[in-house]
Write a protein that binds this ligand. Sequence first.
Ligand SMILES: Nc1ncnc2c1ncn2[C@@H]1O[C@H](COP(=O)(O)OP(=O)(O)O)[C@@H](O)[C@H]1O
Ligand SMILES: [Mg+2]
Length: 391
Amino acid sequence: MKKLRVGVIYGGRSSEHEISLASAASVFLNLDRAKYEPVPIRIEPDGRWTLADRPPTAIVAAEVIQGTRESGRPGRAGRETYLAPRPGEENLVTVDRGAAVSSRPEADDHGSANARVAALGLDVVFPVLHGPYGEDGTVQGLLELADLPYVGAGVLASAVGMDKAVMKLVFTAAGLPIADSLTVLRREWRADPAATAARVLARLPLPVFVKPANLGSSVGISKVKTPGALDAALALAASYDRKIVVEAAVPLAREIECGVIGNDEPEASVPGEIIPSREFYDYEAKYLDDGSRTIIPAPITPAQTAEVQRLAVGAFRALDASGFARVDFLLDGASGALYLNEVNTLPGFTTISMFPKLWEASGLPYPALLDRLIALALERHADKQQTRTTT
Ligand SMILES: Nc1ncnc2c1ncn2[C@@H]1O[C@H](COP(=O)(O)OP(=O)(O)O)[C@@H](O)[C@H]1O
Ligand SMILES: [Mg+2]
């Protein structure tokens, strides 16, 4: 049987670039070479697309995340470009800024960059990108235009899943439980910081969480316990986004996460629990210190497990997601009330990340999970081909 050529797109323009390198390293390691020919496609932090001559390694990715190795992210310590590769590292070939990926070489005469990517002859693409310009529908839109099957959510679900403000509107419309929240525009806060803080405090009891609407990995998020600390939290979130979500803190919040896979008939994994090493599950607790623990399955009652799974599938359907997603909950440690926190349409995908571990515990080991996700991508693409595009 012909091997499937799987384009793995990784890196990306978001603050989660380094996390993507780590996820991609695991994907490359576990794609069964008897079935697949992986093709590494890397997006630099500045947006350039490059073809790497070999995949990233977990060790380099870990060093970049830990800060013991320079990532070359523009604006971080002023370094504009990647370092020359060390032995064993990928050697990057620049394709072009924003070069399109096309599966139809004959239809493509828009210059050598596109032609070179088209010549890759990809059968399916796995965008292993977290955060803006990857998890948010932008790359998915490019892949739709190129008529390539790809793993995971489409344009709409990716975009809605990235925007915490719109995601909450969709959850509310679907009758799914979320913590009380409001949205603040950066413009409003800049124009009158005091009035903005007053509006927030009039609506929500402290403590609150202040978040940039479109980001991930807890970047730009603060827990605010006193009125005096609100303005700095709004300023921080406003530096990352023009839209800010402020939400009531769930008391004694326990972090429960559930994996979902499927297209029109999504299935939920066993739920897991994260015990953060810090006051909440911030960037440090997620990636920089080893103290955070995961418990799989989550030590909750059978009734709570069933409810988490029901709501996880409900959230997946409400977004019209496809392929896979990790649905995150906050469980009120005092009352036992369950709140949906967010849907991640491109969850962390290292072998030790929550999503693959949840599926492993549900009977689907990492390589089989990759098989399933690729099959779902092909299925969804084939299904789409049956849709009329003319009247
Ligand atoms: N309403 C809330 N109540 C309690 N903890 C929260 C709340 N919102 C966020 N948190 C904490 O902040 C973390 C990051 O928030 P989240 O909305 O998941 O952002 P991200 O998309 O960056 O992961 C959560 O995992 C949790 O620890
Ligand atoms: Mg989260």
